[in-house]
Design a protein around this ligand. Structure first.
Ligand SMILES: Cc1cc2nc3c(=O)[nH]c(=O)nc-3n(C[C@H](O)[C@H](O)[C@H](O)COP(=O)(O)OP(=O)(O)OC[C@H]3O[C@@H](n4cnc5c(N)ncnc54)[C@H](O)[C@@H]3O)c2cc1C
Length: 480
């Protein structure tokens, strides 16, 4: 009994193929010598569902790799195309991401950075994080400010640059379909992988596609994950992030990313230009709604207050902080207390219609792979934006999966075979799980003004800030 039924293909195939059973025909089409026509008949070696930043990068990474020459790649995106003709819009988008050096390396390797850097990117050289309930602060830089810590980039420009790479690939190596949504899928059961060398993908428009490997890049609410019956651990933080494009009171060099932990959640200001920055303010859903609805002048006051207003300090925490400072400067005279506290810029206005709010939560798929299916990006893992790591983890998935699939092609292995997909899962979960636990722990530790928690975090911040090798480890860890 065939997994997908014993029917024969009826879609206008020529000659001997017409009489072949479906599984035999697909097996032939997926052999490297018969690939050219595969896409025409609804057969793809790799199908990627979800054309956000991560899915589009995946399509680029495979499509631009020489080992994938002759392979058909399909990118399906439920929404409309987000590509611009030549010039970028004057106004900044309110959705930006801090892209770390590992991501920049990937984007360079697939040819997208050359487009992106000509569009609009803002490098920055320092991160300053401080606590509103104590004097604790931590700063990060790379090699004493000689290198950028990261770049702030608008999400739609990243997708645009990746789409330009796809358009430039010779021989239509990646077929992109917009307003094209996966409705349901039919995966081979464990053990049937070799017998049925494909997944059936049914689109909303009634079309049916066969693919050797299906990559789910369809975001935090992934329907592919659900259709594949993959367990997903998730919780809502009952918080939302309010975003907006901020106008600075005066032009400055603007090469610092600022984040202050308030008991209600962190507020961050990320540099965009000498005169503008991007706001990400995480707070309760109720407060977020109020902030979005405030008259503009009151919203601006609220943002300035959130960065500048002194909160009441605990005397115990202050004393402990001073003692810790003395101990650290005795133990680590060359590094202890060397970071200078800078003051964030004030803001004077916001761009029209740039205020919006997004719900925040944590999500983790217990499995990233099944036979012929892989999850990447937010479909596999979703984190709080306080560490600016979400999409960077997704881009690192792309780099890891590309390398593993390239090896599979070199070794003439079936792209959808479980053993190498499991290598991807192991490699990524080893990296992602500790980061998710750390980010979730930080979120909880900083979401209170209770004295023991304030004491613990302020001593932790102080010690980490004073011990450069530990800080370097954080920067490196977050860069992969
Ligand atoms: C306020 C905020 C600030 C953030 N800042 C940062 C930051 O500074 N740095 C960082 O690293 N991360 C940041 N993140 C996280 C980052 O935005 C996400 O990790 C990232 O957008 C996830 O990308 P993705 O491509 O995996 O998913 P998505 O962006 O959700 O894309 C999924 C795509 O799949 C499509 N789709 C859905 N279902 C289907 C279907 N059935 N068929 C076809 N297509 C489908 C959707 O239309 C969508 O385009 C932030 C998040 C928030 C909320």
């Amino acid at each position: 009994m065939s997994l997908f039924g014993a029917s024969r293909l009826s879609i206008g195939l020529v000659g001997v193929r017409r009489s072949l059973p479906r599984s035999a025909l697909l097996a032939r089409l997926f052999c490297s010598t018969e690939t050219e026509s595969a896409g025409e008949h609804g057969f793809y070696h790799v199908t990627i569902a979800g054309g956000g930043m991560v899915g589009t990068a995946m399509a680029c990474a495979l499509g631009s790799h020489p080992m994938f020459e002759g392979k058909n790649i399909l990118l399906l995106e439920a929404g409309p195309s987000k590509t611009y003709s030549d010039s970028v819009p004057d106004l900044y988008s309110n959705r930006v991401s801090s892209l770390n050096p590992g991501t920049v390396e990937l984007l360079k390797s697939i040819g997208a950075w050359q487009y992106l850097s000509k569009m609009r990117v803002k490098p920055y050289k320092r991160i300053q994080v401080w606590d509103s309930c104590s004097d604790a602060m931590i700063t990060f830089d790379r090699d004493n400010f000689s290198k950028e810590v990261a770049h702030i980039v608008e999400n739609n420009l990243t997708i645009n640059a990746l789409s330009k790479v796809i358009d430039s690939l010779k021989g239509d190596r990646v077929e992109t379909r917009y307003r094209s949504m996966v409705k349901t899928i039919d995966l081979p059961k464990q053990g049937d992988n070799a017998k049925y060398p494909f997944v059936k993908v049914y689109l909303e428009n009634g079309e049916e596609i066969h693919t050797q490997l299906l990559i789910g890049a369809d975001g935090a609410n992934s329907s592919l994950r659900r259709m594949a019956n993959i367990n997903h651990i998730n919780w809502s933080y009952d918080q939302s992030a309010v975003v907006s494009t901020l106008q600075l009171a005066e032009p400055i060099e603007n090469n610092v990313a600022w984040q202050r932990f308030l008991p209600t959640g962190p507020i961050a200001m990320l540099p965009l230009s000498d005169t503008e920055s991007s706001l990400v303010w995480s707070t309760s859903n109720q407060d977020a709604k109020k902030l979005v609805d405030l008259p503009e002048d009151q919203f601006i006051d609220a943002v300035n207050n959130a960065f500048w207003q002194e909160s009441e300090k605990h005397p115990l925490v202050d004393t402990a902080g001073q003692i810790m400072g003395n101990v650290l400067s005795t133990l680590l005279p060359s590094t202890g207390g060397s970071s200078i506290r800078q003051l964030p810029p004030s803001i004077i206005g916001i761009d029209d219609n740039s205020r919006a709010m997004f719900p925040l939560g944590l999500g983790h798929s217990t499995q990233y792979v099944k036979p012929r299916l892989v999850l990447i990006g937010d479909a596999a893992h979703r984190v709080h934006p306080l560490a600016g790591l979400g999409v960077n983890l997704g881009f690192a998935d792309v780099a890891s999966l590309r390398d593993i699939l390239v090896e599979a092609v070199k070794n003439a292995e079936d792209l959808g075979a479980l053993p190498h997909l499991l290598d991807y899962e192991t490699e990524r979960q080893k990296h992602v799980v500790p980061i998710m636990a750390t980010v979730d722990g930080l979120k909880r530790l900083f979401s209170t003004d209770a004295a023991p928690a304030v004491l613990l975090r302020s001593l932790g911040l102080q010690a980490t800030n004073a011990f450069k090798p530990l800080k370097d480890l954080f920067v490196q860890g977050a860069s992969r």
